[in-house]
Write a protein that binds this ligand. Structure first.
Ligand SMILES: Cc1cc2nc3c(=O)[nH]c(=O)nc-3n(C[C@H](O)[C@H](O)[C@H](O)COP(=O)(O)OP(=O)(O)OC[C@H]3O[C@@H](n4cnc5c(N)ncnc54)[C@H](O)[C@@H]3O)c2cc1C
Length: 354
């Protein structure tokens, strides 16, 4: 029987609020607390006290019995050692059996150590939680998303890092939250790593966008000889980049295309990080559009979490035609995407003149 659940969250690096994944984890925590009859405690970590208070107010009406926080300049930016100290202090203050947290890169680094310090257990990449006959069970994928496991644990505290995109985010009215401060002194040896600043690629050069409504996949066809017997890499690059800018889509690539990028500069923005499939990633987006990609099984296995799938291929007999896409456009992707970009530019111009 679980008496209390702690939801850990951190203010995002901009200091403006909690990351979206934290709202999704809160959605799960509120549901599990309700179904198990456990009390809900929130533990927030952040830099400025005001930033943490604002983040707490944004979720002030979530029904938590207590709201704890660790705030201070040591906790503004991610750092394994200080994050682990803050999370440990919050867990000891809350004394909860179940600790839920969003699987942000910051928590994925720090929380496994927390389980060790508390003599508990941790599970990462959890996709759902539910209460059955008073017991809490978790699910996660194994063997590269081929098997879904459903499991329980006896060890407590049980720390669960919840993958983003798996639960509806908590939505509620803001309310002034009563925060209890938990004081943490970070030992000097934990401060040896110092962040001097953040260097990030410009938003328009960042092609992997997990929050995007659409996944746009480019395949090796973009680099192949076309009907005129020539390749058109510059045109391909322009069409794809224009589409990404106009649509805000996230860019995926087939293995054949990203492997070429390692050998020669074909599409300068395409790296192995974009690869979707068995030996690549399995992104989550409501919709996907595949272009110049054959749709072979090792690629399409990475589309498991794409709900609505469309593909553009010259070959009416390609893999997508065999039940792997909802709609296959048998057409030249260069022509179709140039036309789509034209329509998006028209829309953009209309919006601007309004
Ligand atoms: C163990 C293993 C693991 C693998 N893991 C992955 C993985 O993680 N991800 C992955 O992607 N692959 C993976 N593969 C490789 C996979 O089997 C395919 O070889 C690869 O996906 C093919 O990439 P592609 O469809 O882009 O290229 P191609 O097979 O070369 O297909 C290009 C397509 O472009 C089309 N085309 C060309 N020009 C146009 C045009 N103008 N308009 C429209 N269509 C056009 C062609 O008709 C063709 O269908 C793996 C293979 C193995 C053996």
């Amino acid at each position: 029987m679980t008496k209390s659940i702690l939801l850990l969250a951190h203010v995002d690096e901009s200091g403006k609020g909690l990351p979206k994944a934290a709202y999704e984890a809160l959605g799960t925590a509120v549901e599990i607390a309700r179904d198990s009859g456990a009390s809900l405690i929130i533990g927030l970590i952040g830099g400025e006290a005001l930033e943490v208070q604002n983040a707490a107010n944004a979720i002030g009406s979530c029904g938590a019995q207590r709201m704890l926080n660790v705030a201070g300049s040591d906790f503004g930016l991610p750092r394994f050692a200080s994050d682990a100290c803050a999370a440990e202090a919050l867990c000891r203050a809350a004394d909860a059996e179940l600790v839920l947290a969003p699987a942000t890169s910051r928590f994925l680094r720090a929380l496994p150590a927390l389980a060790n310090r508390l003599q508990g257990r941790v599970d990462t990449h959890v996709t759902s939680l539910r209460v059955t006959d008073g017991a809490i069970a978790a699910t996660r994928w194994f063997y590269r998303q081929r098997l879904e496991g459903n499991f329980q644990r006896d060890e407590r505290p049980w720390i669960l890092l919840l993958d983003p995109g798996c639960h509806e985010p908590w939505r509620g009215e803001p309310a002034v939250a009563q925060l209890e401060a938990v004081l943490v002194t970070v030992p000097p040896k934990c401060k040896r790593t110092r962040a001097l600043g953040i260097r990030a690629p410009k938003a328009d050069t960042q092609t992997i966008r997990p929050e995007a409504a659409l996944l746009f996949v480019a395949g090796a066809g973009w680099t192949k000889k076309q009907t005129d017997g020539k390749t058109h890499p510059e045109e391909a690059e322009k069409i794809i980049l224009d589409f990404l800018r106009l649509s805000g889509a996230s860019l995926g690539g087939s293995k054949s295309l990203v492997d070429q990028s390692g050998e020669q500069t074909v599409l300068s923005f395409m790296t192995h990080l974009n690869q979707v499939g068995q030996t690549g990633s399995t992104p989550r987006h409501p919709k996907g559009l595949s272009t110049c990609c054959h749709g072979e099984e090792p690629h399409v296995v990475g589309w498991r979490f794409i709900n609505e799938r469309r593909a553009i291929n010259l070959d009416a007999n390609c893999g997508w035609a065999r039940g792997k896409a909802d709609v296959l456009y048998v057409a030249n992707a260069f022509e179709v995407m140039a036309k789509v970009n034209g329509l998006l530019i028209e829309l953009e111009t209309k919006d601007r003149s309004r």
